[in-house]
Design a protein around this ligand. Structure first.
Ligand SMILES: [Zn+2]
Length: 347
C-alpha cells in the first residue's frame, strides 16, 4: 500500500518536473543557448541540422552537430550528446539540479538602457556567425578586428533578438516600448550592422545600417545621443567630424583616432554643444560631397555656427566627390588624407 502510494507520488513529481523541463527547453532552444555562448554553427545539409566546433573538447575540424528540431546535440569527436540540460551539465560542470537552477529565468528586467546594452552584446556575439556582415564591412574597407571590437560593431540578422531578451527576463511590452521589438512583435533591426550610440557609459540608442535593400540608416525611437565616442575624442586639440559610421571606421583604421561622427549632417543641440565646449579645439568637417551641394552647404553652415562660438572650423574637400569611406576604399592612404586636412582652409 505504502509502496504503491510512494510510487504514485514519485511519478506525479516526475511528470511535473517533466512538464517544467519541456517548458524550459521550449523557452530556451538549445541552438539559441549555444549561440548566446558564441557557438558558430553552419547548416549541415538539408533541414534543421547545424555543425560547428565542439565546445566540450578541443578540435580543429567541426564534429559537433545540433539538431534544432529535436533540440539535441551530438559530438562525433568526444561522443557526448543530449539536450540543453545535458549540455549545461557538461560545459559548466554542474549537477542536474544545478543546471536547472542555472537556466532559470533571471529577474524581470525593465530598464531600457540595460536592454539596449544587452542587445548590443547580443549583436556583437552574432557578428562572427554571419559571414555576410563581415563581407559587407570588408567591401566598405573595414577589416581591423580590434577596431570592430572597439566600436562594438555587431550584426542583427533579424528574428532572434526578441527571444533572446525575453529569455533574459525582459517583457515583450518593455521591448516594444523601447523600440527593440516592433509593434508586430518582430525584431526592429533586420540584416543591419549595428552599433551603440552612447552617452557616457549608457547606451542611449542603437544605429542600424542596412546591408540589404532597406533604407540605409535607422535608429531606435528616441534621441540619438551625443557625438560618437566623444569621451575618447574630446581631449584632442583637433577633431575630425564625419557623417557616418563607415567614414569613422576607415579613418580609425588609418590612425586618425581623433575622429567622431554625428550620424548625419544635422547636429543635435547636444552634439553642437560638445563640439564647442571648452577647451577650444579645431574642428575639421569632412561631410559627403553631394552633387547637389547639399553636404557642402550644411558643412559650411556648421562651420559658420562654430565660428560664431569661437571654435575654429575648416572644411575638408576630398577629390572627385569622395566621402572619407569611398576615398579610402578607392585606395587612398593615410598620407593622402593628411594632405587633405593640411590643405583645408579656415573659414
Ligand atoms: Zn566534442
Amino acid at each position: 500500500m505504502l509502496a504503491a502510494f510512494s510510487y504514485a507520488r514519485l511519478r506525479r513529481q516526475n511528470s511535473t518536473m517533466g512538464e517544467d523541463l519541456e517548458k524550459l527547453k521550449q523557452r530556451l532552444p538549445l541552438l539559441d543557448y549555444l549561440r548566446q555562448q558564441n557557438w558558430c554553427g553552419r547548416p549541415a545539409g538539408q533541414g534543421t541540422e547545424f555543425v560547428g566546433l565542439c565546445p566540450l573538447h578541443s578540435e580543429s575540424r567541426p564534429s559537433f552537430y545540433v539538431n534544432a528540431r529535436k533540440n539535441l546535440f551530438y559530438c562525433h569527436g568526444c561522443g557526448q550528446g543530449g539536450d540543453l540540460i545535458r549540455f549545461v551539465e557538461l560545459s559548466r560542470h554542474l549537477s542536474f539540479p544545478q543546471s536547472l537552477a542555472y537556466l532559470q529565468p533571471q529577474r524581470v528586467r525593465g530598464d531600457a538602457a540595460d536592454a539596449r546594452e544587452q542587445a548590443v552584446v547580443f549583436y556583437q556575439q552574432q557578428f562572427p556567425c554571419h559571414p555576410e556582415a563581415l563581407r559587407y564591412l570588408e567591401r566598405r574597407g573595414v577589416h581591423d578586428p580590434a577596431l570592430i571590437e572597439e566600436l562594438r560593431i555587431g550584426y542583427a540578422p533579424g528574428g532572434n533578438l526578441r527571444r533572446h531578451l525575453t529569455n533574459q527576463g525582459y517583457s515583450l511590452e518593455s521591448l516594444q516600448r523601447d523600440g527593440l521589438v516592433n509593434p508586430q512583435g518582430g525584431d526592429t533591426f533586420y540584416r543591419r550592422i549595428v552599433l551603440p550610440c552612447g552617452q557616457g557609459r549608457e547606451v542611449v540608442n542603437l544605429y542600424g545600417r542596412s546591408i540589404g535593400a532597406a533604407f540605409p540608416h535607422r535608429f531606435l525611437p528616441g534621441p540619438k545621443g551625443g557625438l560618437f565616442a566623444w569621451d575618447s575624442v574630446r581631449h584632442f586639440s583637433t577633431v575630425i567630424l564625419v557623417e557616418g559610421l563607415l567614414d569613422l571606421a576607415v579613418l580609425g583604421q588609418a590612425g586618425f583616432r581623433n575622429t567622431t561622427c554625428a550620424f548625419g549632417t544635422h547636429l543635435t543641440p547636444l552634439q553642437f554643444q560638445q563640439l564647442s565646449e571648452p577647451p577650444v579645439r579645431g574642428v575639421y568637417i569632412v561631410f559627403d560631397q553631394d552633387e547637389n551641394q547639399a553636404g557642402q552647404r550644411t558643412a559650411h553652415q556648421l562651420a559658420r555656427r562654430l565660428a560664431g562660438v569661437s571654435v575654429p572650423a575648416r572644411l575638408v574637400e576630398l577629390s572627385a566627390g569622395h566621402d572619407p569611406n569611398s576615398y579610402f576604399v578607392a585606395g587612398a592612404a593615410a598620407a593622402d588624407f593628411a594632405a587633405c586636412l593640411e590643405g583645408a582652409q579656415p573659414l
